[in-house]
Design a binder for this molecule. Structure first.
Ligand SMILES: Nc1ncnc2c1ncn2[C@@H]1O[C@H](COP(=O)(O)OP(=O)(O)OP(=O)(O)O)[C@@H](O)[C@H]1O
Ligand SMILES: [Mg+2]
Length: 219
């Protein structure tokens, strides 16, 4: 479970001070599929980056499975990200010159997973995202929807319980977006807890619960 408690993020100071996330509190239950919506600049990505351990809160708590990650040092945060969180971004963040297989392998290498386990684990997530036949293809030869499916497979390969997706369909046409949303719903049914940021209200409506942010606050 993720418990966000009175979370604040302020950038800059004086005249340049921006209150990006303004004392936000909510829970994400295990197995839940939650979406976060709100206008550009409302604080969605800042919130996701804090939950994902990519950015430090100014104040407040983020309790994940009983541990407050806001107090973690950098090595604790690295371990937290590797064991708990899968991140999927709008811009994919894949190594375009490498193959599908090599991209999905990266978190296994970083986590020090036994080499013997790499191929079976990668094949299993490739099956989940229906890309088995693209295993040895370089990323540069894939469509946007296929790239996002590789990114999702990479986020799942270490077996993390939480998936954070920030506008994963933002660069995709409507057909690919619907396919990615279907895949998220399947992954959620298979037991992953998902937090999705989206501009697409229809996509949000297909999740369990919607939180709307405005000027850094939940409305
Ligand atoms: N690194 C930063 N330095 C200073 N201000 C920042 C930084 N990152 C975000 N902000 C500010 O914080 C506020 C929230 O930004 P954030 O990126 O979280 O919005 P968002 O809801 O994700 O928007 P979008 O829908 O455009 O992605 C904005 O006013 C933004 O300008
Ligand atoms: Mg954003």
């Amino acid at each position: 479970m993720i418990e966000v408690c009175n979370l604040e993020k302020t950038y800059g100071d004086g005249e340049n001070r921006v209150l990006a996330v303004n004392h936000v509190s909510f829970d994400v239950k295990d197995g839940e599929f939650l979406s976060i919506v709100g206008k550009s600049g409302s604080g969605k990505s800042t919130l996701m980056h804090m939950i994902g351990g990519l950015e430090k809160p100014t104040s407040g708590k983020i309790v994940v499975d009983g541990q407050d990650i806001a107090g973690f040092n950098s090595s604790e945060l690295t371990k937290y990200r590797l064991t708990k969180i899968g991140f999927v971004f709008q811009a994919f963040h894949l190594e375009t010159q490498f193959s599908v297989f090599e991209n999905i392998r990266i978190p296994l290498l970083i986590s020090g997973v036994d080499f013997k386990e790499h191929a079976p684990r990668i094949e299993s997530v490739l099956e989940q995202v229906d890309l088995t036949e693209k295993k040895n293809v370089p990323i540069s030869k894939l469509s946007g929807g296929q790239k996002q499916r590789v990114a999702i497979a990479r986020s799942l390969v270490t077996g993390v319980p939480y998936l954070l997706a920030d506008e994963p369909c933002g660069n995709l046409d409507s057909e690919s977006s619907e396919m990615i949303m279907k895949l998220f719903r399947k992954i959620n049914q298979d037991g992953k807890t998902i937090v999705l940021v989206t501009h697409n209200i229809e996509a949000a409506q297909s999740t369990d619960r919607i939180i709307e942010l405005k000027d850094g606050r939940i409305i």
